[in-house]
Write a protein that binds this ligand. Structure first.
Ligand SMILES: Nc1ncnc2c1ncn2[C@@H]1O[C@H](COP(=O)(O)OP(=O)(O)OP(=O)(O)O)[C@@H](O)[C@H]1O
Ligand SMILES: C[C@H](N)[C@H](N)CCCCCC(=O)O
Ligand SMILES: [Mg+2]
Length: 228
């Protein structure tokens, strides 16, 4: 049983697109896998239940039969910073409850791989008392995959993120460059800089795709992912 935590340089860097593709790839290789979205902000009500699109994509690409709400214990309707959404609803985000929910889900659906998608970037605040979502993978010492959203500014964001991950005693198994900006200037030189500066292997570079669905993303990750 191996749990991987997927974080990114920022929100909208491609964590969900990449995580769904990795699940799709593992499943197509005959491996059992489960996606998990502990905290989501941005959801619509379906039959009285709040459903988040990230959770739906991860559930749909898991090898076990789970729904979006099964794999997403904390879900807020507005697409805003989760701790602010929590405050608006007079709620608190409880990492111990999330940890317990994840353990129960794994008990019910044992799989070889679990892929946990963060929310926003590594230090996503859970409250104003200093807790962040990073506390969970840090406590569990889960290996981390860093998705670098390739756009101007990503070098600084990537370096700060790896610094924070190492400070938390977590290990980055690799980074994935995801072309969120189709018109990025000197993209190849930026990728070369990431290769030189990041202390982890590159697991793949995903081009900007008209249809960034798992079947189209996975071929760009298959070789790199086979190494972890
Ligand atoms: N390689 C790509 N080519 C084109 N579009 C992409 C690519 N990767 C991601 N996208 C699109 O960019 C947007 C943001 O991606 P995604 O939702 O995966 O980001 P995220 O990091 O999961 O964001 P969040 O912090 O909200 O969870 C989505 O509309 C997605 O379809
Ligand atoms: C709504 C958005 N797509 C994400 N789900 C939440 C991103 C929160 C970012 C918070 C922050 O670090 O400023
Ligand atoms: Mg996402």
């Amino acid at each position: 049983m191996k749990t991987l935590f997927v974080t990114a340089t920022d929100t909208d860097a491609g964590k969900t697109a990449i995580s769904a593709a990795i699940l799709y790839g593992l499943k197509s290789q005959g491996k059992s896998c489960l996606g998990y979205k502990p905290i989501a902000a941005g959801a619509a009500e379906h039959n009285g239940v709040l459903v988040n699109d990230d959770a739906r994509a991860l559930a749909d690409n898991s090898s076990v039969a789970v729904s979006a709400s099964d794999i997403n214990p904390v879900c807020f309707a507005p697409p805003i910073a989760p701790h602010i959404a929590a405050e608006q609803g007079n709620q608190q985000i409880d990492l111990a409850a999330i940890d317990q929910h994840f353990a129960q889900l794994n008990g019910k659906h044992p799989t070889e791989f679990q892929l946990v998608e963060g929310a926003g970037g590594w230090r996503l605040p859970l409250n104003l008392a200093g807790e962040t979502l990073a506390d969970w993978p840090a406590r569990r010492h889960w290996p981390v995959i860093l998705v670098v959203g390739l756009k101007l500014g990503c070098l600084n964001h990537a370096l700060l993120t790896v610094e924070a991950i190492s400070q938390d005693d977590c290990h980055i198994v690799g980074w994935i460059g995801n072309t969120v900006d189709p018109n990025m200037s000197v993209k190849e030189q930026n990728i070369a800089s990431l290769h030189a500066l990041l202390p982890a292997p590159c697991l793949g570079i995903v081009p900007h795709l008209d249809n960034p669905s798992p079947v189209h993303i996975w071929p760009h990750l298959e070789v790199g992912l086979s190494k972890i």
